[in-house]
Design a binder for this molecule. Sequence first.
Ligand code: SAM
Length: 201
Amino acid sequence: MIRVDGQIVSPGAGGVYNERMVQGYRVWDPYRSKLSALCMLDDSIDLSGTMRVLYLGAANGTTVSHVADYVEVVYAVEFAPRPLRDLLVVAEKRKNIVPIAGDATRPDRYAPYLEEVDLLYQDVAQPDQAGILLKHLPFLTTGGQVILMLKTRSVDIRRTPEEVFAETIERLTEGGLIVQKTFWLEPYHHDHAAIVCEVVK
Ligand code: SAM
């Protein structure tokens, strides 16, 4: 990842959401984007020009736009009409974003639009985040990577973030993933954990 003055940046045309520019790069704010926060906490996270990414929970495309600055193509899945409209505007300008109006609990419905990807990124903030992620493993290439942004309060507000986190790790492991590393995204995002995994194939 490119860093300028200790900030994560991306190399694309600016003006997507009024992001700041520094030395010609788009500043990727870790307080607005969990992926940028993860990169701040782990400098081994990398995106490269040959990567294909499946991004679940694209919202209005702000983080997607930064990812697209680095990789070959991003398949960006979102189901809510309002953010989807903004995502389509972002995708108009970045030709390597494939916006998909789809429900991530039903990947069978958009499978024909996908190809195998190198990175599966999930940020849907739903009760069954682990289950949604596991349904998409068939789209991952051998040796591919998985990043889950777990919003513990969305999974179960009655249990502690630590309990939800532990249960999620167990489910991912049972589902055939090897958890490589985990981070709580403090101080950027409260009660959110990033879980980085690879697939057992
Ligand atoms: N990743 C975004 C970013 O960094 O800019 C923020 C994502 S926001 C926390 C979660 C998004 O997931 C929302 O836009 C929501 O509509 C979407 N979402 C939730 N459940 C979904 C589902 N089942 N299928 C597709 N999108 C979903």
